[in-house]
Design a protein around this ligand. Structure first.
Ligand code: NDP
Length: 341
């Protein structure tokens, strides 16, 4: 069994990666910004069914400085670099996201190379694949890249595209024997393990707690358990070296589709879920006052399908359905009492 570092173990995807690594018998390390988070992370893992004791160790490290990184990485066979800022709100300046995303990826790779790690798996995003393009009928694949010349890209989208580019450039120029594989998830749902909600999960919480209606937005979905599974496959499969893999369950969903799934599957707990589509003009007016909505306006009505054929064919990945992912989130929010009473 191997020693694996997961950066950002306090996060939604990071915690599920830790659970699956432990289940496979690996020795696991994780970085958190503050060691005070250790009890929270252990509580999340317990919620997921694991009490790893000394098979899991914690290291303090921030994406934006070198302190703690060498100790976290030295002696590891693999690194899953999951940590990156993913706020629900728009930052004052895009560099608040771009700098930690890019510098964090380069820091993880540099320390991994210097410590003789075999492979890094980077959690990138569909944000690095499918933005800044005119509407198209053909599904996006791993051959596509977000067009960074588009000046209307949201800061988060830019941060992920720039970070992934920087990672591949690093490997090409100075990676030496270090290998890189990249996972590009669409919006991630599935069971949450604690009260700190990722931005994607926050959407389901807001819908369950009541929204005025469903904006005409579409996106791909995937279950966090399948995203973690794809990271583990990309970590060890020889065929994943130097490759990126889209993580998407199936067809794009609209917010109204999500509402319909919640209403059909969650019974009385879904009583506040909206059942009507919001006209685009309502969203546009709202966007005049809300910067969060403003960055969604260019996406109204845009359907961006993407293919999971590569992950299925190369790595034997078989994701759950959109419906299972959405219901997994809603059931866990209910179980953890994270919904309005
Ligand atoms: P979370 O917000 O749950 O997790 C983000 C993690 O990154 C947390 O552990 C957070 O630590 C850590 N982090 C953020 N900033 C820093 C920093 N400056 N230094 C150290 N750690 C930092 O989000 P997710 O789990 O959903 O996201 C994880 C990764 O997956 C990110 O790279 C995100 O871009 C990517 N992703 C997510 C998708 C989704 O829909 N959820 C879709 C596609 C990609 P702390 O607890 O201290 O804040």
């Amino acid at each position: 069994m191997s020693t694996v570092l997961v950066t950002g173990g306090s996060g939604f995807i990071g915690s599920h990666c830790i659970l699956q690594l432990l289940a496979q018998g690996h020795q696991v390390r994780t970085t958190v910004r503050s060691l005070k988070r250790e009890p929270d992370v252990r509580a999340m893992l317990k919620e997921g069914g694991a009490e790893p004791g000394e098979r899991l160790s914690f290291f303090a490290a921030d994406l934006v400085n070198d302190a703690g990184w060498h100790d976290a990485v030295a002696g590891c066979d693999y690194v899953l670099h999951v940590a990156s800022p993913f706020p629900a709100t728009t930052p004052q300046h895009e560099d608040e996201l771009i700098i930690p995303a890019r510098e964090g990826a380069l820091r993880a790779l540099r320390h991994a190379r210097d410590c003789g790690v075999k492979r890094v798996v980077l959690t990138s995003s569909f944000a690095a694949v499918g933005y800044g393009h005119p509407p198209r009928g053909v599904p996006f694949t791993e051959a596509d890249w977000t067009n960074l010349d588009d000046l209307s890209l949201p800061a988060y989208v830019k941060s992920k595209a720039i970070a992934e580019r920087a990672a591949w450039d690093f490997i090409a120029r100075e990676g030496e024997a270090l290998e890189l594989a990249v996972v590009n998830p669409v919006a991630v749902f599935g069971p949450v393990l604690g009260p700190d909600l990722s931005t994607s999960v926050y959407l389901v919480q807001r819908m369950m707690n009541g929204l005025p209606g469903c904006p005409r937005l579409y996106f791909g979905g995937v279950d966090v358990r399948d995203v973690a599974d794809l990271h583990l496959r990309a970590m060890t499969d020889p065929a994943a070296k130097g490759e990126r893999f889209l993580a998407i369950a199936g067809e794009c969903m609209s917010i109204l589709d999500i509402a319909n799934i919640l209403k059909a599957r969650m019974g009385d707990a879904a009583r506040r879920v909206p059942s009507r589509q919001l006209p685009d003009w309502v969203v546009r007016v709202g966007a005049l006052f809300d910067p969060g909505l403003r960055q969604l306006v260019p996406q109204l009505g845009m359907i961006k399908n993407a293919s999971n054929e590569k992950a299925r064919r190369v790595l034997g990945w078989t994701p759950r359905s959109n419906e299972e992912a959405i219901v997994g989130t809603a059931e866990s929010l209910l179980r953890l009492k994270l919904l309005k009473g």
